[in-house]
Design a protein around this ligand. Structure first.
Ligand code: NAD
Length: 404
């Protein structure tokens, strides 16, 4: 909401539209009874927030976390509405969750819980209503269980209700690497305008799914990865790191620290290293007023969700360091999820080359559109991305009857 307020300060919108957007269209809270392996019955709390569907069915992941609650799911659902509009895909925004620590459950308890969520939500989800996907602690296997449960309840056979399924069960080629791949296309679309060289020195915070693929993709395209980190620590070599050797080292030792040919640094130091591009790809709230003045990167490229706080954003903007915001930079994931939905509806299976080409076209076009909007509005790329998303949602709301 702070980010929304910052955006509407550079381009005004009607009060009617803004008040519509300040709350979700529908909030669903369910009790999910699960028979545990020891014969007891436990009741879990599950959620779905259907934020806005002016542009298409609600779309967004389902999060399993002990700290997940309705307020968090609402905020994430709002964010998804903007992200889908930024990518210009025919989807609205939603999000779901269950308050649970999945590591405390056996695999069969997890399956019963997941099937329970799908049963409880049967009436409100569906290919033309609401299309969930994986998020924190939910996997392709969980989506396959939920999809199967939904099909049993409704007879719906396209498989288009859940995305992020395994490839053999209706999933799309290219989904696993889509967030990093899409990010790379957006990066290349903006690189010259951001004043960056053909070969950049790149620092990546977090080499999990998104950051790991980012390291491979940026390195393959003749950029130099100079530092990476995981939850245990970070490594740095200004001459460049051998990315595949890092993964072998991590596989053997459980972390990146101690890698031959690089110096160990702390996670805090990693963020402040001199480089062309800093890619946060781990957690939220990593660039804050405490370190924003020490950032030496020429550009921050947010593959993680919410890595820069609004206060740090202002500091970086003031220092002339562009931030390519999460809602643009990591929109490749939801874009390929939407391709999966489309393939399921049409009964098609696209090749990986087709998926990557379509992703490139979308990311390239949206990155260019948002950059030029930031130039017209003389503002940062995040505010411009919000403005573009809000304009698209407003146009769809007007088309279905919003006046003024
Ligand atoms: P992941 O769990 O696979 O990877 C996270 C990585 O960050 C791990 O390597 C972990 O060791 C590292 N890490 C954790 N704490 C750290 C710390 N303090 N310092 C440095 N590294 C640390 O998760 P992911 O799926 O790669 O997601 C990463 C980010 O990208 C999240 O913000 C997520 O919301 C966002 N995102 C993911 C997708 C997707 O398709 N997976 C899509 C959009 C956005």
């Amino acid at each position: 909401m702070t980010q929304l307020d910052r955006a509407v300060a550079v381009r005004s919108f009607s009060e009617a539209f803004l008040s519509l957007l300040r709350q979700p269209q529908r909030t669903i809270r369910v009790a999910i009874p699960v028979h545990m392996d020891d014969g007891s019955l436990r009741i879990f709390e599950g959620y779905r927030v259907q934020y806005n569907n002016a542009r298409g069915p609600f779309k967004g992941g389902i999060r399993y976390h002990i700290a997940t609650d309705l307020e968090e799911v609402k905020a994430l659902a709002f964010w998804m509405s903007l992200k889908c509009a930024v990518a210009d895909i025919p989807m609205g925004g939603g999000k779901g969750g269950i308050t649970v620590d999945p590591k405390q459950l056996s695999n069969s308890e997890l399956e019963r819980l997941s099937r329970g969520w799908a049963r409880a939500m049967t009436d409100v989800i569906g290919p033309q209503k609401d299309v969930p996907a994986p998020d924190v602690n939910t996997t392709g296997e969980i989506m396959a269980w939920m999809g199967d449960e939904y099909a049993k309840m409704t007879g719906e056979k396209t498989g288009a209700t859940f995305t992020g399924k395994p490839v053999g069960q209706g999933g799309s080629e290219g989904r696993t690497e889509a967030t990093a791949q899409g990010g790379y296309f957006a990066f290349e679309a903006l690189r010259e305008s951001l004043g960056l060289p053909v070969s950049c020195a790149v620092v990546i915070q977090g080499i999990g799914n998104v950051g790991g693929y980012a390291a491979k993709i940026w390195a393959k395209n003749s950029h130099k990865i100079v530092a990476v980190s995981d939850s245990r620590g970070a490594i740095y070599n200004p001459a460049g790191l051998d990315v595949s050797a890092i993964f072998e080292h991590k596989e053997k030792t459980g972390g990146v620290r101690g890698f031959a040919g690089a110096k160990d640094v702390t996670n805090e130091e990693l963020l402040e290293l001199p480089c062309d591009v800093l890619i946060p790809a781990a957690l939220e709230n990593q660039i804050t007023p405490a370190n924003a003045n020490a950032i030496q990167a020429k550009v921050v490229f947010e593959l993680a969700n919410g890595p820069t706080t609004p206060e740090a954003d202002e500091i970086l903007f003031g220092r002339g360091i562009p931030v390519v915001p999460d809602i643009l930079a990591n929109a490749g994931g939801v874009t390929v999820s939407t391709f999966e939905w489309e393939q399921n509806l049409k009964g098609e299976h696209w090749t990986e080359a087709d998926v990557v080409k379509k992703l490139e076209d979308i990311m390239w076009a949206q990155a260019k559109t948002i950059l030029s909007r930031s130039q017209e509005l003389k503002t940062d790329i995040r505010r411009a991305a919000f403005v573009v998303a809000l304009e698209r949602i407003e146009a769809a709301e007007k088309a279905r009857g919003l006046s003024s």
